[in-house]
Design a protein around this ligand. Structure first.
Ligand code: NAP
Length: 260
């Protein structure tokens, strides 16, 4: 039996990450490669993906970049097929791609905002899980691991994040049902729900006029850093969490415990 610290290693494992051209996905790729994984990065901005792949290779890691648009079923299928073909297996699939609609309420969003956010953040999570599971079954892999990137907006809200929060609440529920139904194929499904960390998705709020006051409502009184996600990410992607499925881990400095 490997030691508990060894169980956090990802040597020989292949991990595909959606939305790896910036923000969390870009960071995750480096963390997972450093833990020994062979990483496959997908997103629409292929030049950014290629830059990241080069950085990871230069640091001694194994990485591959592929074009991916998660709202396009054929693109998702091609991504998974190409990842499998290049690596021979796909042990972990991290569904991280996400968008927000800007500071809009239910009254001010338009149908296209709703469709873009729900299609990217939620429908793709179902479709990605379905396409991944089909390939786990046909490859006779008999085990798989899906990690969905949720958000604390699944539990608590601020005005102006209507479709985004709805999509993330749906993702939490989807994670539980995918876990329930995926277990018979040896697939476990968990989610990571970060609090606020500065990226393009959170920029409107975190660089807006009320940002300092907003941070004071977080019990730890600061926004998160990418590195705050590393421990929970390695737990969920590795064999250190083999008895976990259907769970969502919140990483938010206590934000959802803030007093009313
Ligand atoms: N930052 C936060 O405070 C925070 C908190 C909780 C949860 N999250 C979640 O974390 C995840 C990553 O977001 P982030 O904060 O790192 O923001 P980000 O820097 O804007 O990253 C979003 C990523 O998603 C990709 N993406 C968007 N639409 C896509 C599509 N149709 N197909 C493929 N990739 C697509 C983008 O790549 P391309 O544009 O190149 O395709 C980009 O790589 C999202 O699910 C977000 O909701 C963020």
């Amino acid at each position: 039996m490997p030691s508990i610290l060894d169980r956090f290693r990802l040597d020989g494992q292949t991990v595909a990450i959606t939305g790896a051209s910036s923000g969390f996905g870009h960071h995750f790729a480096g963390v997972l490669a450093a833990a020994g994984a062979r990483v496959i990065l997908g997103a629409r901005r292929v030049e950014k993906i290629e830059e990241r792949v080069e950085e990871i290779r230069a640091a001694g890691g194994e990485a591959l970049g592929l074009p991916l648009d998660v709202v396009d079923r054929a693109s998702l299928a091609n991504f998974l097929d190409a990842a499998w073909e290049a690596m021979g297996s796909l042990d972990v699939f991290i569904q991280n791609a996400g968008v927000e609609a800007g500071a809009k309420t239910y009254l001010t969003i338009e149908e296209e905002d709703w469709d873009r956010v729900l299609d990217t953040n939620l429908k793709s999570v179902w479709l990605g899980a379905k396409l991944y599971t089909e390939r786990v079954i046909s490859a006779d892999q008999s085990r798989g691991n899906i990690v969905n990137i949720g958000s604390i907006t699944s539990y608590r809200h601020v005005k102006g994040q209507f479709p985004y929060a709805v999509s993330k609440a749906g993702l939490t529920k989807a994670t539980e049902i995918l876990a329930l139904e995926g277990a018979r194929y040896g697939i476990r499904v968990n989610a990571l729900a970060p609090g606020y960390i500065l990226t393009d998705v959170s920029r409107v709020l975190l660089e807006g006029p009320g940002s300092e006051e907003f941070a004071k409502r977080i019990p730890q009184r600061r926004y998160g850093e990418f590195e705050d996600l590393d421990g929970p990410l390695l737990l969920l992607t590795s064999d250190a969490s083999t008895y976990m499925t259907g769970s969502t881990i919140v990483v938010d400095g206590g934000h959802i415990c803030a007093e009313l």
